[in-house]
Design a binder for this molecule. Structure first.
Ligand code: PBG
Length: 333
């Protein structure tokens, strides 16, 4: 007794609406727009100079003047915000990351230059200490331990310096306990009530950050790993508790990082807290797509757009992605 397809489906045929481009567009549930994109860029000292990053083909470190040009281009395409990450000169790095407090460090100089030339783009800065430490950790290292409270005090000071330079959103990626509340207090005390905080609320101890460490020059420095402060990739409940704590401390927006391997976390965070939720499609994810595309194994452009759409489908309000400029150009048509 074989049943007909109509008997099996009860006449429900989901292919009906898939039959043409117009009908697929009509039933499309999520959409990626340029307003969803945040573009992370890497900074170096000097003028009118770029440096290639071996593990991130198509991404370059930029001197501040070229970062200004990049920000102009991003703004023209409608990208709402950029996030800056500095490759700090080795002689400026020390065990406490003290140069993070220098009003004239590379991050702050770039912020001032971009603010002056492209006031319409949002600037997101990271207050973690890793670009400034000679051991590559996000906090202060003492006797083999990343000390929490001392790190928080310095990160909060660095955040105020970034706000003074003109940063619109402080995004601390260090995962120290209490940093969001401490940064909020410090910003408010300095008169920066309008500077927002995007918490890297659920940052996992992932193997996907390698190319980024090449980009900011920490891969050769890093001793040990970051498992004492980043979240275990196995843990969902802990990620939710961390997010809840950061929201209670004053985070305006939260982030999940990395991206595609943690789509379930994106979904759970958005569903649980209904707060502006962002995802960081990190350097290793970028590198994997680029490497496969370079080998001709995948259509890089289509995989790029599919990965970005997946974040929207999972519930994210925006995506930090090294593809931002390329995706924005594609979306513009
Ligand atoms: C550290 C930091 C990391 C990234 C941004 N800031 C991770 C790390 O180096 O451990 C990763 C970004 C990426 O991989 O694209 N504060």
């Amino acid at each position: 007794m074989t049943r007909s397809v109509d008997e099996i489906t009860g006449g429900k045929r989901l292919r009906r609406m898939r039959k043409a481009d117009w009908s697929r567009r009509l039933v499309r549930e999520t959409e990626l727009t340029t307003s969803d994109l945040i573009w992370p860029i890497f900074l170096i000292e000097g003028e009118n100079r770029t440096e290639a990053i071996a593990a991130m083909p198509g991404v370059e470190r930029l001197t501040v003047d070229l970062a200004v040009k990049a920000a102009e281009e991003a703004a023209k395409l409608g990208i709402p915000a950029i996030a800056t990450f500095p490759n700090v000169a080795m002689e400026k790095r020390d065990t406490t990351g003290s140069h993070s407090l220098d009003a004239d460090n590379l991050i702050n100089r770039a912020t001032r230059a971009i603010k002056a030339a492209v006031p319409e783009i949002g600037i997101i800065t990271d207050a973690a200490l890793d670009p400034f430490t000679d051991h590559g950790h996000d906090g202060i290292l003492r006797d083999g331990i990343i000390v929490n409270d001392e790190s928080v005090a310095q990160i909060a000071k660095a955040a105020v310096g970034q706000a003074e330079a003109g940063a619109d959103i402080i995004a601390p990626s260090d995962m120290m306990d209490g940093r969001i509340g401490a940064i909020r207090d410090a910003l408010d005390a300095a008169g920066f009530q309008d500077v927002a905080i995007m918490s890297y609320a659920t940052k996992f101890a992932s193997a996907c950050y390698g190319p980024y460490r090449e980009a900011i020059g920490t891969s050769g420095l890093l001793k040990g790993d970051k498992k004492t402060y980043y979240i275990d990739p196995a843990n969902t409940e802990e990620a939710l508790r961390e997010t809840e704590a950061d929201i209670a401390e004053g985070a305006d927006m939260v982030m999940v990082k990395p991206g595609l391997p943690y789509l379930d976390i994106c979904h759970r965070v958005k569903e649980t807290f209904q707060i502006p939720t962002y995802v960081y499609q990190v350097s290793g994810e970028y590198a994997m797509i680029e490497a496969a595309a370079a080998n001709g194994w995948i259509d890089g452009e289509r995989v790029m757009m599919e990965s970005l759409l997946a974040f929207k489908r999972a519930g994210c309000d925006g995506i930090l992605t090294y593809f931002a400029l390329r995706a924005a150009r594609l979306l513009k048509g």
